[in-house]
Design a protein around this ligand. Structure first.
Ligand SMILES: Nc1ncnc2c1ncn2[C@@H]1O[C@H](COP(=O)(O)OP(=O)(O)O)[C@@H](O)[C@H]1O
Ligand SMILES: [Mg+2]
Length: 233
């Protein structure tokens, strides 16, 4: 992709992305040429069986991992040609990530967990703003609790508040309800969509759950390292 004609309308543009791990005979092709263009503001669900490459694709689109080949442009930035350090800097403030297992810092309270990315973004009143974000996900009564003192659903609310707090234009969620029961899952997806609207962010959500996927504008299905379908729910 050399043209920049539509760059302002496109949040994520991936062209012919491949990912191979290992070398020689032990080499595994994990992504086999994935192309995907995601307009700004879209919510996109990625469905597919376990091992089909969903998390690997998300790692590349979110700048956590580099593609073996192909073009990756995210928020107008060429991720494919960046050093690891530059990628880490580019992610900050642009990309929020929510994972299945929450990944909160265990030695920090809910408030501190949410304040960290705000401090990194140079926000003056990080702690005050973190409190506001936690209130928005219904946790004003849990500010000073540690992750181990919170339920799974509460921990995921903290993770959502943390991801959304710096107002990144792009949010990624990898099976955000994978460790939650179905009633809690629905509530968490409500919170995720609500905060995503508040931030006006593009959302890419990996899920096993077709009902959750149907809440997105668009569903992409992966199989064996490739996109096999792409359409409206
Ligand atoms: N670090 C790794 N080394 C070797 N193989 C891996 C690694 N990470 C993922 N894989 C393999 O890549 C394939 C896709 O994995 P993944 O992207 O996690 O799929 P999904 O998220 O759809 O379950 C799987 O076959 C998995 O075993
Ligand atoms: Mg996965």
């Amino acid at each position: 992709m050399h043209g920049r004609t539509d760059a302002s309308h496109i949040a994520i543009d991936a062209r012919d992305v491949t990912l191979s791990l290992g070398a020689g005979d032990a080499q595994t092709r994990i992504l086999k040429g994935v192309s995907l263009s995601i307009p700004r503001g879209e919510s996109l669900a990625i469905l597919g069986p376990s091992g089909s490459g969903k998390s690997s694709l998300m790692a590349i689109l979110s700048g956590l991992e580099r593609a073996t080949s192909g073009e990756v442009t995210v928020a107008g930035i060429d991720f494919a040609r960046m050093s690891e350090d530059a990628l880490a800097r580019a992610r900050r403030g642009r990309i929020g990530i929510i994972l299945q297992s929450f990944h909160l810092l265990p030695t920090m309270t809910a408030l501190e967990n949410v304040a960290v990315p705000l401090e990194l973004a140079g926000i003056g009143d990080a702690s005050g703003q973190a409190g506001t974000e936690l209130e928005a996900v219904g946790l004003s009564h849990r500010l000073h609790h540690y992750p181990s003192q919170l339920s799974g659903g509460e921990q995921q609310r903290v993770a959502i508040a943390r991801a959304v707090a710096p107002r990144p234009p792009i949010l990624f969620a990898d099976e955000p309800t994978g460790n939650l029961d179905s009633r809690t899952s629905e509530a968490i997806v409500d919170v995720l969509f609500d905060r995503r609207s508040a931030a006006d962010a593009t959302l890419v959500m990996i899920t096993h759950d077709l009902a959750l996927a149907r809440r997105c504008d668009r569903i992409v299905e992966m199989r064996d390292g490739e996109i096999v379908s792409d359409g409206r729910p």
